[in-house]
Design a protein around this ligand. Structure first.
Ligand code: AKG
Ligand code: FE2
Length: 344
């Protein structure tokens, strides 16, 4: 039993995870495919990967998604962040309050919470548990399978918080600013932690299975009969292909639906967010992949030119030692080397 528990926690341990790019192998056409397949098998996500291919989305149950209790910790981080930015302590069992302070970093119109506010955290003030959310091996295994090792976090560290509103039928769409038609392979994808239980009546996210094969946005009203609600407990992780049609059902129940989306794209696309002021100690305590996901090793950063061609890091503390700079540029070079489909 103890061994089983240990084996379980090792599975979620970022130190065990295969987060770095694969070694350079000249002439290979699918750099990284074997590594990512092994990682998917190690994490027992083969079925989830098959669902991503067939349906365009998958729901990873809490016990496979993250270590025990992770969903509750992430929810607590979101509630802390809401308190810091909005000045209220939300209780997911209750509705939104009807009033709140205005002398806070991000005041809300509490008399009109029929819209779904998005709670954003900005560097350097992000709850530490958000770092774990991004480096989670299960999440990165499927995101890497879809987008390659060089992918970026396009937008993240935000939370959807949705209260009762029977008229809020979130329309079907595909995410991002996209080409039309969209490429057959994923050029972006989304991963969302469910932080409260989601049922259809709770306003669950919904998908049109198989729609990722159509490579286009739905026209208004299209696909509505084919929507499938994601009914899953708090702590689950939903991952979907960037081409998959999705939306959300209206929330008919009291209390709050809380989820955290992390939207990723391939490195040739412009990310929604450019991450500045990432604290140096945050980069130091996380795997190197963390910095790469946040675009901290961009080799084509124009601001380098502003500094007379020197490597200017986006981290808040840019006085990197020579060794650190070298380690980071090495990472950039390694990432650039894997130029095939899986590496790109
Ligand atoms: O669950 C929802 O409200 C829909 C979320 C969504 O469309 C997204 O995160 O891209
Ligand atoms: Fe979306």
């Amino acid at each position: 039993m103890v061994e089983q528990l240990l084996a379980k926690s090792e599975k979620h341990d970022v130190r065990q995870a295969n987060l770095d790019p694969p070694p350079f192998r000249a002439g290979r056409i699918a750099a990284g495919l074997e590594e990512i397949w092994r990682e998917v098998e190690r994490l027992d996500l083969v079925r989830n990967l098959a669902e991503l291919e067939a349906y365009g989305y998958t729901v990873i149950p809490p016990e496979k998604a993250a270590p025990p209790g992770f969903g509750a910790r992430l929810l607590a981080g979101v509630l802390d962040c809401a308190e810091e930015r909005w000045g209220v302590r939300l209780d997911p069992e209750q509705d939104f309050p009807t009033s709140g302070p205005t002398d806070v970093p991000d005041p809300q119109d509490w008399s009109n919470m029929l819209t779904r506010p998005t709670l954003y955290a900005n560097f350097p003030h992000i709850p530490r548990v958000y770092e774990e959310a991004l480096t989670n091996p299960a999440l990165l295994a499927l995101v890497t399978y879809l987008l390659g090792y060089q992918c970026r976090l396009s937008s993240g560290f935000g939370a959807w918080i949705k209260g009762i509103n029977p008229s809020d039928n979130f329309p079907l769409h595909i995410d991002g600013v996209r080409m039309s038609p969209a490429p057959a392979y994923a050029d972006c994808c989304n991963a969302m932690y469910l932080l409260t239980d989601h049922t259809k009546r709770d306003g669950a996210t919904c998908f049109v299975p198989g729609s990722h094969k159509l490579q286009r946005q739905p026209v208004p009203g299209e696909g509505m009969e084919d929507r499938v609600a994601v009914e899953a407990p708090a702590g689950s992780l939903v991952v979907w292909h960037g081409n998959t049609w999705h939306g959300a059902f209206p929330k008919l129940t009291h209390g709050l639906r809380v989820s955290m989306p992390l939207f990723f794209c391939r490195p040739h696309l412009k990310t929604f967010t450019e991450y500045h002021n990432v604290p140096r100690d945050m980069l130091a305590r996380n795997p190197r992949r963390f910095a790469a996901l946040l675009g901290q090793q961009e080799w084509r950063d124009y601001r380098k030119l502003e500094k007379g061609g020197s490597r200017l890091n986006k981290a808040s503390d840019s006085d990197l030692s020579m060794e650190e700079s070298a380690a980071r540029s090495d990472m950039g070079v390694q990432l650039m080397r894997s130029t095939s489909f899986f590496g790109a």
